[in-house]
Ligand binder design. Sequence first.
Ligand code: GLV
Ligand code: MN
Ligand code: MN
Length: 388
Amino acid sequence: MWADLAGIGRAPGDAGGYRRFVWSDADLTLREWFVGEANARGLGVHEDRAGNLWAWWGDPTAGDAVVTGSHLDSVPSGGAFDGPLGVVSGLLAVDRLLETGTMPDRPIAVVAFSDEEGGRYGIACGGSRVLTGLLPAERALALRDDDGVTQAEALRASGRAEAAFGADPEVLRTVGTFVELHVEQGRGLVDLDAPVGVASAIRGHGRWRFDLAGRPDHAGTTRLEDRDDPMLTQARLVLAARDAAARHDAVATVGKVLVEPNAVNAVPARVQAWLDARADDDEVVRAVVAEVAGAIGVEAVEESWTPRVDFAAGLRDRLVERLGGVPVLPTGAGHDAGILASVGVPSAMVFVRNPTGVSHAPDEHAETADCLAGVDALATVLEELAWE
Ligand code: GLV
Ligand code: MN
Ligand code: MN
C-alpha cells in the first residue's frame, strides 16, 4: 500500500515531498485508492456530507462504532507519513482482525478525513470541523484558495453537490470511540526509546491572518522617507512573534506570506502574513497573538482556533495498559481526534516513533519496523474496544 501511495501527489518543483490539497487531482486519486483498498477487503465506503470517507466492517447504522483512521491530504511539500500512516495502519489492523474469522461486537470503521491540514483553504481539520458543525458549511464553501477558487467551485468540479455539503450529525452519532494513529511529529518517542506511545493532550493552537497595506511605488526613484512599505511591518511581525513566543514559553511561526505584486523592483502594495501560534495554555496563545498585533498595530484576523484538548484519562489509560505500559506524551500538532474529542466523542491517539522528529517536511520518517509495531498496537486496541 505504501508503494502505491508513493507516487501520488508529488510536490512540483525542487521542494520535494507531497502536495495533496483537498479536491485536487492528487486528493481525488487518493480517495479512489482508499475506496479500492476498502472494497478489496469487503468493506463498503460511504462519503459523509463533509467529504470524509468511511469504510465499514459491520452495520454503519448500528451506532457505538469503533473508528480508526486519519487523513490523506498534506501540507505543501509535506512528508509521506503525516496522515496516510494512520489510514494505511487502520486498514492493516482490520486485515489482522479479519484473519481471526470472528465478527466484532461493535462495528468497526476506517475513516479518511478530508482536508485535515487546511493546506488549500487555510482552516485546519476542515473535514472534521464541517462534519461536527464547528465550521459552518456556508463559511467552508466560501473559502478561497490562493488562485481564487472557492471550495464550492472545487466541490462542483469534483462532481459533488454543494447543496449537500455540511454537518452530518447522523454519521457523527454512529461513532462510539475514535482512535487515530499518527506518526509522531517530534522526538518524544526517540528520547523515550519506544516505538509507540499514546497521546495525553494536544496544545492549544490557531492561525491568524494579518493584512498589511502599503503604497506601491518604484524601488529606485522613491525616497526612503516617502515610502509606505508593508514589508517593513511584515519584518516587525516576524520578529515580534518570535520574541513573544520566547517570553511566553509558546511557539509562533510565520510560515506563509503573500506579497502583491511580488515584484523585485517595486515597493509592495500589500502583504498578507499568517501567524501560527501554539502553547500548553490557551490563554498564553491568546497573549502571544495580542502582543504581536499590538507590536505592529494591525488587527489579527482569526482563521481557525483549536483549544487545548486533554484526551479522556479512562480511555487513554485503558490503551496504555493494554499496550503493556507504553509512554504517554503530549503533542503540539493538531488532529481530527482533537476535534472529535472536543465535541464529546471518546477519542485517543497512538503515536509511532519518528527518528528525525521532522514533520510537515519531506524528511518526515518512520522505520518500517516501527510502523508495523504501530499496526500491531492499533489491532490490539481495536480488538480491546470492539470485542466484548
Ligand atoms: C496539523 O498537522 C497541524 O498541526 O497544523
Ligand atoms: Mn499535519
Ligand atoms: Mn496529521
